[in-house]
Design a protein around this ligand. Structure first.
Ligand code: ZN
Length: 246
């Protein structure tokens, strides 16, 4: 099975379109989206419609939960909170019911999808090192688990239980073979707001037969997304940060 794994979209339609165009020739059997469909970006309703049209396996992100009132926004920075309030006013009732239907953990036969970590998934902790990866891997029932939240791509390969048995590979793109390893944890990065100083949209193709993960990047019309952010009246920093990938 070939899986197209989409990171945090954050209502950035231009980035999402570019990723899906790039994936069109990849013979994808199933699309996966790791949560944070909305927040920060100017086209939340449009991005929800696109991802729904893919029949993707999707989980609840912290921004999705905040828009629904399921998460206290006092933990968000000023700009993120302003975007949450803006997003609430620009979603259709059907968008809200779709977001409300998303599970914190989406369990499939071959893989699990969660936004931050399988360790207390509704608290949205971050996996950014082998220490947090160990907590997540310990809760992982399937060999593969996909997550996002940090907006920085990384792959964690477990050869034996415990922190010392985990190899971390952090790179923006490239192919990684997980043959011979046990559990695999993929942080796919972000489609709509990368934070690894590479502004290109991040996604991955996972082949469960070849046992490979391809971390991929694609440029998109970033200037158009910025203009839409300005036109929407969202905080300007949400546009400027896209150009530097932070
Ligand atoms: Zn996010």
């Amino acid at each position: 099975m070939r899986l197209g794994v989409l990171g945090d979209v954050h209502a950035n339609c231009e980035a999402l379109d570019a990723v899906l165009r790039a994936l069109a020739s990849e013979r994808i059997d199933q699309y996966i989206q790791v949560g944070d469909l909305v927040g920060y970006g100017p086209e939340p309703s449009e991005c929800i419609a696109i991802v729904r049209s893919l029949s993707a396996v999707v989980c609840m992100g912290n921004h999705d939960a905040a828009v629904l009132g399921l998460l206290d926004t006092s933990y968000f920075n000023t700009y993120a909170r302003a975007a949450i309030l803006w997003t609430r006013q620009h979603l259709q009732p059907t968008d809200l019911s779709y977001l409300r239907s998303l599970p914190y953990v989406a369990r499939q036969a071959e893989y699990t999808v969660v936004h931050g970590s399988l360790h207390l998934p509704a608290q949205f902790g971050y996996v950014v090192s082998v220490v947090e990866a160990a907590d997540c891997l310990a809760m992982q029932d399937t060999r593969l688990c996909f997550l996002g939240h940090s907006h920085v791509p990384a792959v964690y390969l477990q050869s034996a239980p415990g922190v010392e048995g985990i190899a971390m590979i952090a790179q923006p793109e490239g192919e990684i073979c997980f043959r011979g390893y046990g559990r695999v944890l993929l942080n796919v990065g972000s489609v709509g707001q990368p934070r690894d100083e590479d502004p290109r949209a991040a996604y991955a193709v996972v082949d469960t037969v070849a046992e490979t993960i391809e971390l991929k990047r694609v440029p998109y019309n970033l200037g158009l997304t910025q203009r839409k952010i300005y036109a929407a009246g969202l905080p300007e920093v949400l546009a400027t940060r896209l150009a530097i990938g932070l």
